[in-house]
Design a protein around this ligand. Structure first.
Ligand SMILES: C[S@@+](CC[C@H](N)C(=O)[O-])C[C@H]1O[C@@H](n2cnc3c(N)ncnc32)[C@H](O)[C@@H]1O
Ligand code: SF4
Length: 273
């Protein structure tokens, strides 16, 4: 079967979080329906993903806050069934939750790598305990520091307010070609594979067009038909590109994880279904 190789595969397993970052790239604070996604669906989605994308460098599990999902041990164990298709599974976490024993047991002696995003002592307030737990189990991890003057990669990227940008076709193509999202990082979320991180959160006012995503749960399409859709990912801008600043690595960076203050995030700001 003619399946595909990509750089990074990503699955989003929830859209709830312990923090409320204004510029969160998965738009977690802006979700109208914050939940942990169903574990059986997640496992089927992982299997469906690896029928289409046969090789990736690493397979990332994230959210929302990844470790808030009660079935995270089962999700990691299931991902590891596909270990011949990636070098390692990466778990991204914000340093607010100490991994439970069941998760540590699943990860031990397996190719699992933790990325602890350190947003400073006030926010990532369990960082030391997370590190302690990983060290005790001999697990591999990295801390990406995102506070004060030491911001990993210089800080976050502001993807904008997702209003229609009215770019000229030339400007649109320029942004698209320079966007990190076009370098082969498909996102799985709730039964669909999206070519781009900004398409995954489900922004209500941006159309989701046929051919711009793969519906893993659509039994009327064959795997080969789904692979054909995937082959056309990253060839031309999608609808979302017309509303987005683009993930341009060289763009001006912002300080990571600026939080909404209590009462500041109102329901009408929740733009994701
Ligand atoms: C959405 S978070 C989910 C995992 C976890 N809650 C965390 O914050 O680490 C996934 C990754 O995206 C990064 N991220 C979030 N918003 C970003 C932005 N606007 N620009 C660049 N990276 C961003 C985070 O630092 C983290 O490494
Ligand atoms: S910690 Fe911040 S970046 Fe990570 S999912 Fe939560 S709100 Fe988004």
């Amino acid at each position: 079967m003619d399946s595909l190789k990509i750089d990074i595969g990503v699955i989003i397993i929830n859209n709830i979080c312990t923090l409320k970052c204004k510029k969160c790239i998965t738009l977690t604070p802006y979700q109208k329906r914050p939940i942990n996604f169903d574990v059986e669906n997640i496992k089927q989605d992982i299997d469906g993903f690896f029928e289409i994308f046969n090789k990736c460098n690493h397979f990332d599990i994230e959210g929302g806050e990844t470790l808030l999902h009660p079935d995270i041990p089962e999700i990691v164990a299931h991902s590891l069934k596909h270990r011949d298709k990636f070098k390692y599974v990466a778990l991204l976490t914000n340093g607010t939750i100490v991994p439970q024993k069941a998760l540590l047991d699943v990860c031990k002696d397996n190719p699992v790598f933790f990325i602890i995003d350190d947003y400073g002592d006030k926010l990532s307030n369990k960082k030391a305990e997370v590190i302690d737990a990983l060290e005790k189990y001999g697990l591999n991890y990295r801390v990406d520091t995102y506070h004060s003057d030491s911001q990993y990669c210089g800080g976050w990227i502001d993807m904008g307010d997702f209003s229609y940008k009215n770019y000229s076709e030339e400007e649109l193509m320029k942004r698209f070609k320079n966007c990190r999202a076009t370098q082969g990082i498909p996102y799985i979320k709730e039964g669909k594979i999206f070519s781009c991180t900004i398409a995954a959160p489900g922004i209500s006012h941006i159309p989701l067009l046929p051919g711009e995503y793969i519906d893993l749960r659509d039994k009327s399409r064959t795997i080969n038909e789904k692979i054909e859709i995937a082959k056309n990912f990253y060839k031309k801008p999608i609808a979302h590109c017309r509303y987005c600043n683009a993930f341009i690595v060289s763009s001006q960076r912002i300080s990571a994880a600026e939080q909404f203050k209590p009462g500041e995030l109102t329901d009408d700001m929740k733009i994701c279904d």
